[in-house]
Write a protein that binds this ligand. Structure first.
Ligand code: C5P
Length: 420
């Protein structure tokens, strides 16, 4: 019973592999989960809705226009209501056409509408002929889904229903089940995981806006000023925040990192773009928490030269520098004020860091400031951090960035608890 009390929406789109989903629905229930099946019209051509109704013990929905009767949602908005009680949506099989709809935010079916209106993780298991899978259009769409924080499971490789051999098979029910258990089941009992505080659900429903990575301030078309932040700490926090049940909007400077599952990511380049995007996102998501992890450049050239500045022209010395907006301070001045968490990447020793954090936290007027030694952690997978709040400064032992993210979010959840 590794999925006890979990509830999943299983979406079925047009593909012969839908027969495998019958087994998945049964196995999910064996593990203690409840399942709501939603089918597209094309999906019902391969396996009947009646089959899934019998297997899941619930009515199967597919028409976006009729409000389901009886146990179904009653307010005429099934596309919103059905996902409210679920932990995740899994589309298996996901056809090439349905993937294209998702990539473009289209709502041609109840299932597509539900996906667009969701706040919960979306997992997509493609199944199609190998040439359809390899087609650049499909690959573009899959890349767009990944960019949007949607998890792609598979496809597998092997014999296909069309008689060809290659990539495009729906993963086996056991593989799909294992993925759901890994992600939504009890925490792994591996020794490494035992040190991680269990943060599942501790920020359920909270909206978090956060920044990560460096900013890049262009001088001319080929040069600019930036710093060595890799974005790893911020991305680890975003990943952990999804596990904690938060809705996460991550505004990232130029980094080379994949988007964590379930995170809505917006890429920016300069501090001014980051500032503007943060302010918009805080408003549009009614953010309750802001975490400024980005190493924002303090200064930018007043103007970006349209052409490359030549070596002998002397104009590099002539650059006039202007100060960038302090994003964190600006958010901390908003009304209502989100719970603001800042990062201070300093040089020097841990003792130096301990000495300067309280005054900096005071200056920034924020409840929690996290300190670390920039040069020792930029680009690394591990870090050592200090938490500075109303109670003073606490040094955490060195650990992976993901483990530290778990500790930090535990702290943030406590702050949130006390502020409500
Ligand atoms: O003052 P300092 O740059 O050390 O503060 C670091 C903290 O302030 C980080 O949380 C960083 O994201 C934020 N910051 C900001 N805008 C700036 C500079 C720093 O939001 N222009």
């Amino acid at each position: 019973m590794r999925l006890l009390h979990r509830h999943f929406i299983i979406g079925i789109t047009g593909g012969i592999a839908a027969y495998k989903t019958c087994e998945l629905v049964r196995r999910l229930q064996d593990e203690g989960a409840t399942v709501q099946v939603i089918m597209t019209e094309a999906g019902t051509r391969f396996v009947s809705a009646l089959t899934f109704q019998a297997l899941s013990g619930r009515p199967v929905y597919s028409d976006p226009w009729t409000s389901p009767e009886g146990s179904g949602p009653a307010n005429g908005m099934p596309h919103i209501d059905l996902s409210r009680e679920a932990d995740a949506i899994l589309i298996a099989p996901a056809s090439a056409d349905f993937i294209a709809q998702l990539a473009n935010g289209q709502t041609e079916s109840l299932l597509a509408t539900l996906c667009l209106a969701r706040e919960i993780p979306l997992l997509v298991a493609p199944a199609m002929n190998r040439q359809m899978w390899q087609n650049p259009a499909t690959q573009r769409n899959i890349a767009a889904l990944r960019e949007d924080g949607i998890t792609i499971l598979g496809p597998g490789r092997g014999d296909q229903a069309c008689g060809e051999v290659g990539d495009g098979r729906l993963l086996e029910p056991e593989e799909l089940l294992q993925h759901l258990v890994d992600r939504f089941g009890p925490q792994s009992s591996a020794p490494e995981a035992a040190r991680f505080p269990n943060i599942r659900g501790i920020l359920q429903g909270a909206s978090i806006v956060m920044t990560a990575g460096p900013t890049f301030e262009p001088i001319d078309p080929v040069r600019g000023i930036t710093n060595r932040s890799s974005g790893k700490m911020g991305f680890a926090i975003a990943q952990a925040a999804v596990l904690a049940g938060a809705r996460v909007t991550l505004i990232a400077g130029p980094v080379h990192l994949p988007t964590p599952e379930g995170v809505a990511r917006i890429d920016v380049q300069t501090a001014e773009q980051m500032h503007q995007t943060v302010m918009q996102c805080i408003q549009s998501t009614s953010a309750e928490i802001f975490i400024g992890v980005a190493a924002v450049a303090d200064w930018r050239p007043e103007t970006t030269q349209p052409g490359k500045i030549k070596k002998n022209s002397g104009s590099l010395q002539d650059i006039r520098w202007v100060e960038n907006p302090d994003i964190l301070a600006a958010v901390a001045r908003l009304q209502p004020t989100p719970i603001c968490v800042g990062f201070a990447a300093e040089s020097g020793s841990l003792d130096d860091l301990r000495a300067l954090l309280p005054a900096k936290r005071q200056r920034k007027q924020i409840p929690l400031l996290v300190g670390n030694i920039g040069a020792e952690t930029f680009g690394e997978d591990t870090n050592q951090i200090m938490l500075c709040d109303d109670h003073g400064v606490t040094l955490l032992p060195p650990a992976s960035k993901l483990e530290l993210a778990h500790h930090l979010l535990t702290h943030i959840a406590t702050l949130r608890h006390h502020s409500t």
